[in-house]
Every structure is written in C-alpha cells, then in structure tokens.
Design a protein around this ligand. Structure first.
Ligand code: FCB
Length: 500
C-alpha cells in the first residue's frame, strides 16, 4: 500500500504536478492607444490627450516625447482577430487584457447625458460595435477578457494638456494650481464623466466581460503627468508640469474616479469583479527614503481604494477627516504591474512642502539610447534602461496580498528587441510569483505579460520593444520572437521549465 503510494507519487503524472493552478489566468496585456493605430488607413484616434501630446511640436522639439507617430503602430484596430488568435494559439492564453478608448467611443462632449441610455445616443456607433466584435472574438477563442476602462488617455473634451501646460508656466512646485478649463484629472468633471462612461461600458459590454480594471496605474498618471523635473523625474506624460499640489489633486480625483467606476459597474452587474491596477516599484537603498517612496508610489492609492484612506497631506498618518466611506472598499481585486527596481537616495530635505514624505531621489532608469546621459546600469538592465530585479517582486506581492483581496499580475515584461533576455526574465519572475503563492503571501489568480506585440511606448515611442511579436509597419505582418514558445510551454502545462 505504502509502496504503491510512493510509486504513484513518483509517477511522471504526479512528478509533473503543476506550478500554477488549473484555473489560473494566463495572457498578455495591451492598451488601445498603444496598439490600435497602424497600417493604411491607420485608423488612428485623434481625439485623445495623448494624440495631442505626442504630436505637439514643442514636446518633440525639447525631447519630451520621441516624435514617433502613433499612426505607425501595429494596427490592432484592423488586426484584432488575428492578434487574438496569436494570443490563443501561439501563446496558449486563456485570458486577454485590453482597454477601450473613451475618446473613440465618445469623441465629443457627453455633457448633460447621465444614464447609459442617454450616453448611448451620443456614442460613435462604429467604435462601439468594433469593441463588441473584439470582445466576442476573444471569447469565441476561449479567452476571458479583462477590460480596462482607462489606460492613461483622456478625451480632449476633458483634457487639453497643451493648455494646462501653458497655464502652469511660472507656477512654482508648491504653489496652488491655476484654474484651467479641460483640466483632465485636475478637474472634478473628469471624475463624474468617467463614472458615467464606466456605467455605459458595463451596460453595453457587461454580457461579455466579468473582469474590469477601472484605472491603469493611477500613480504613474499623477507622477509622470505632474512631477516632471529634467534629469530627475521625467516621465513627460500629459500635461508635463511640475506641481505637487496638482499631483495630489490628481491622485485624489483618480481615487474618486475608481470608486465611481467600481460602483457603476457593480450597479450593472453585481457579480462582476472590478479593481484598479497599481504599478509597483521595488525601492531599495536608503532605508527611510525607500520606505517613503514605497508609501507614496505603491501604497497611497491602494490605501484609498481599499481602506478609504484619503491622506491629503501625504504624511503617512491618517488623521480625523481623512477616512472616506465614499472611497473605501472599491476593489474586488488588486492588479499589480511589476517591472523593475529603483534605487533610492535620501536627500537631506523634502523636495516639497506639500508632500512631506517626498524626501527621496529614486533612480528608475539607466543609460539607454534615448537617455544617453543617464547613469550606467549597475547590474542587468533592459533596452529601456530598467534594472531587472525579480527578487523585488516577492515583497511587492506580499504588500499587494496584505490588502486581503485576490491579486492579478496585470503586467510584467521588458523591452528586449533581440529577445535574448525575455525568456529568462519571465521565468525568473514567474518563479518568484510561484514562491509567493506557495508561501501564502498573496492569492494570485492570473498573470498577464506585457505585451502581445511591440507597441507605442508613450513618451518613448516605438524604440522599446516589449512584444512577443514584432510587426512590419508597412504590411502589419507579425513576427514571433523565440521567447513566445517558452511562454506557451508554461501556459500549456502550468509549469515552469527546469523543475524545482
Ligand atoms: C506600464 C504601462 C503600459 C506599458 C508598460 C511598459 O507602465 O501600463 O502601458 O507602457 O508600462
């Protein structure tokens, strides 16, 4: 009896036990603005702030954006069926993360329309049908869509980033933000309209989607948009200003927007699972500096979405009047995007009188062709100058897991044009993920690699190559990189190569 049990355990079927559960979600993530345009005609959407921002001559002249034209993209708008097939057949995905573009669906102001039905009278019908067909195609192939409502872009009827930038000229980093019409995330109108848009999306696509992301990386929107100092913080997202009060206001509005969207989707579908996606950075170095950076970047937003903590002065203490029921409990899961380590040094004094804990200097990126004056890479870095650091993933998964909610890894990946690091990067991160799951640090339900194909990397344009597939901008033909095979083997057997 005992002997047969031992033999059974040693049998190949058991020895080849899975590293990840059978129902684990595997897929890739893409975003509308980064992938849809391309080919002829390019089917580009010209109604978003990112369109305006990436084409702005002043931004191009001073190097804040690459000057690459998003129109030369992979053309996912036309190729979505073939792309979904690649994900399913070549990568073995059973899930697919994508976003819908608010400004395509609603290119003009929806002011005054409150209900989904009222909004639906204003929708661009072709765009609405297009996303419906895409979601059906994804499901038809046996993949579960995870749909992001906001992946960085806003319609220009809510955000004119060039006007906002102009309004902030001469305004100091701790001065009160000037009033600007079409102020994007500085404007409460954006918050209200986003809630309505979410309600419309759930009303229209709820029968096809049960996993929703409200907002992708709100802290990246806030920091890259409102904390830009040449040489230190230089994400150059719209509106590319340097203002701590503006950054704080944006974060608080984004938290409110998350809550409104969460409620809106749930009103349409009680069983839907809805959550925000948080970019998490592994901060190391000066202990206090790293702790403060971790608080400001990794925790403030999640604390708001889960606990309702509205840390107005970002001092790490939740005082009377900083607990809000209208923000609390607005996440069914936490989406984690993890890419790299940041080494932190602590300058002697806070950089800001508004954000007390902003007393650190992080190095997020090292020398690479678009950043030739950056510091040299201290260990191993990607094409895009990000320091590869799988070890840092564990602590962040613990942090995400500590909120007591299921976790999805909604993005993880690297820029690697010649594909000589990607397979190892993925396996190393998945090994850490498996360890964190086994040790009960987080209830992780799925993993999405960034990205299916090369795409428009925001201010950096087309230089960084994040895809399992590259593409020919003329023909839009996809070409598979070798690492795709390894990812497929992992997804097929739920097992990492190399045993242990
Ligand atoms: C993340 C973004 C995603 C992509 C990757 C590389 O911060 O969510 O759109 O740009 O980085």
């Amino acid at each position: 009896m005992v002997l047969s049990l031992v033999l059974a355990l040693a049998a190949p079927g058991v020895a080849a036990a899975r590293d990840f559960p059978e129902d684990f979600l595997w897929g890739t993530a893409i975003a509308a603005f980064q992938t849809e345009a391309g080919g002829r005609p390019a089917n580009a959407d010209t109604h978003s702030d990112w369109w305006a921002w990436s084409h702005d001559p002043a931004n191009i002249a001073n190097g804040h954006v690459s000057g690459d034209r998003v129109e030369r993209g992979p053309g996912h708008w036309r190729r979505y069926r073939a792309d979904a097939r690649l994900a399913r057949r070549r990568l073995g995905a059973n899930a697919f993360r994508l976003s819908i573009e608010w400004s395509r669906l609603f290119p003009r102001s929806t002011h005054g329309a409150r209900t989904p039905r009222q909004l639906d009278r204003l929708v661009d019908r072709a765009a609405a049908r297009h996303y419906e067909a895409e979601l059906r195609a994804i499901r038809g192939l046996g993949m579960r869509p995870m749909l992001t409502l906001n992946h960085f872009t806003l319609p220009t009827w809510l955000h004119d980033p060039i006007a906002v930038r102009a309004a902030f000229a001469g305004v100091g980093p701790d001065d009160p933000p000037p009033a600007v019409a079409r102020g994007g995330w500085l404007d409460e109108r954006t918050v209200t309209e986003f809630g309505r848009f979410a309600a419309w999306a759930a009303w229209r696509y709820g029968h096809l989607v049960d996993l929703w992301v409200t907002i992708n990386e709100p802290m990246v929107v806030a920091v890259n948009g409102y904390v830009n100092v040449a040489g230190a913080f230089a994400g150059w997202f719209p509106p590319g200003v340097y203002s701590f009060p503006a950054a704080v206001r944006a974060v608080r509005n984004l938290a409110k927007a998350n809550a409104l969207a969460y409620d809106a989707v749930h009103r349409q579908d009680r069983r839907a699972r809805v959550g925000p996606v948080q970019n998490m950075i592994a901060f190391t170095g000066d202990r206090r500096g790293a702790e403060h950076a971790d608080y400001v970047f990794n925790r403030v937003f999640l604390n708001a979405a889960v606990k309702g903590w509205d840390d107005k002065d970002v001092d790490g203490r939740i005082e009377a009047g900083e607990r809000r029921r209208d923000l609390r409990g607005r996440a069914d899961f936490i989406g984690v995007n993890y890419y790299f380590r940041s080494r932190v040094i602590g300058p002697p004094a806070p950089a800001s009188s508004t954000v007390a804990l902003f007393d650190f200097l992080p190095t997020n990126t090292y020398r690479h062709p678009l950043n030739p004056t950056g510091p040299p890479c201290p260990t191993v870095c990607t094409d895009f100058g990000a320091e590869v650091y799988p070890q840092g993933f564990r602590g962040l998964l613990r942090r995400a897991g500590s909120y007591g909610l299921p976790v999805y890894v909604t993005e993880n990946g690297l820029a690697d044009a010649d594909d000589d690091m990607r397979a190892e990067y993925l396996v190393d991160h998945l090994r850490v993920l498996r360890g964190a799951m086994r040790d009960g640090l987080a209830r992780v339900k799925g993993y999405f690699a960034w990205s299916l194909m090369d795409n428009f990397e925001w201010a950096a344009g087309y230089y960084p190559k994040f895809g399992f597939f590259s593409y020919d901008p003329r023909t839009l033909a996809r070409h598979e990189r070798a690492s795709a095979r390894i990812f497929h083997t992992i997804t097929r057997f739920g097992r990492l190569p190399g045993g242990q």
